[in-house]
Design a protein around this ligand. Sequence first.
Ligand SMILES: Cc1cc2nc3c(=O)[nH]c(=O)nc-3n(C[C@H](O)[C@H](O)[C@H](O)COP(=O)(O)OP(=O)(O)OC[C@H]3O[C@@H](n4cnc5c(N)ncnc54)[C@H](O)[C@@H]3O)c2cc1C
Length: 402
Amino acid sequence: MTGLLRGRNFLPLREMKSNYDVVIIGGGVQGLSTAYYLAARHGIENIAVLERDYIGAGASGRNTQVVRSNYNTPETIPFYKESLQMYRTLSQELDFNLMYSNQGEIDLVHTDDSWRVENDKCLLNQQMGVDTRMLTPTEVLEVCPHIDLSGGGKLPVIGASYHPPCSFVRHDAVVWGYASAAARLGVHIHEQTRVTGIEVDGGVCRGVVTDRGPIAAGAVLSAVAGWSSEVAAMAGLKLPIVTHPLQAFVTEPVEPVISGLVCSFDALVYISQTQRGELLAGAEVLPYNTYSCRSSFDFIAECAARALMFIPLLGKARLMRQWTGLCDMTPDSSPILGESEVERFFLSAGMGTWGFKTAPVAGRSMAEHIATGNVPTVMKPFLPGRFRSDRMVPDAASAGTH
Ligand SMILES: Cc1cc2nc3c(=O)[nH]c(=O)nc-3n(C[C@H](O)[C@H](O)[C@H](O)COP(=O)(O)OP(=O)(O)OC[C@H]3O[C@@H](n4cnc5c(N)ncnc54)[C@H](O)[C@@H]3O)c2cc1C
């Protein structure tokens, strides 16, 4: 993959320097978008992105590509709304086809309690300019005729909330789009470069140590998602983050049958159809902690059983592939963005199961924060200090299955 990209001049090979204005650890969507916005909006071009593997090797190349803004709190809705807005024109901005496809999302409701929760979400969304509305079962079938309203005879559908702006964006295209646009602006992207230490002197971050030598830096950003605790520990920091695996699977490609995302929060499952025609199913993070990306048969058996309750035709397609990525989960299911207790050491962490959709707004906000010291309004609720002052932003809707 790396060779192909370099062959097409997306990522020119650059000599690694001993000094950069900004060093970004992690070549996923968060690190690469921050690099791009630092260069494009703030004229800082002496930047290195250090990736221990290939760009997109982490969760950015493994997610299920959902971008949406139907969140549950006055703090989270503007953040995700802005990001979705930015995604709409990102192909043009980066001059890279991100295969943005607007298809909508149906969140199935099975109980009176869930109806109340979803209805409250709709009202708050509408108040904040986000299009989310309740549907009757008949209207659910108008949007997606393949849903079994009996829930496989186990979990009948009594309605749904519907979020028409929900979209899909090709995940690796977003990685390559940000990387190539940043590289055109002079950003150095060094793959196969692992950070092994953070240099801290008198409470101030001065640079990093890598397996290719030390690099001095005016600012260092950790954007390593599932490995956030590990990298923060190199700077002597303890984060309120635990890493959990998240799996998904796809079937062989079939003709177009599902448009959009179909979720059941009660059954903890979501189903969509990829642009290649594969039927895709995913669930919640697994309940244990690990850095292993090994997939399991248990997951397929459980997730397929839940998905079949609502989309029975899934049973006609053969399973083709499953995979696993790591999610850095925070206690409030919201990201951690901002300068840490170590001066000039910044965190783009706690991206959990929601960090693909936040990449444009989080990258742009983080770039402004690093370049100017300002904290953009949309980013303020997510500063690292919120845990010390007990001002968390709980929004379990960050995960598509809650
Ligand atoms: C199965 C699955 C489905 C998901 N679906 C969605 C979805 O539909 N929508 C959504 O918004 N989010 C989704 N997510 C979450 C989303 O993918 C992540 O939150 C997001 O990609 C995190 O991006 P990142 O750039 O922070 O981290 P990553 O993409 O994980 O990148 C971190 C990078 O850091 C590198 N790294 C780690 N340690 C070091 C080191 N010491 N030195 C150098 N490099 C290092 C890693 O190799 C990695 O490439 C999903 C995740 C998974 C696993």
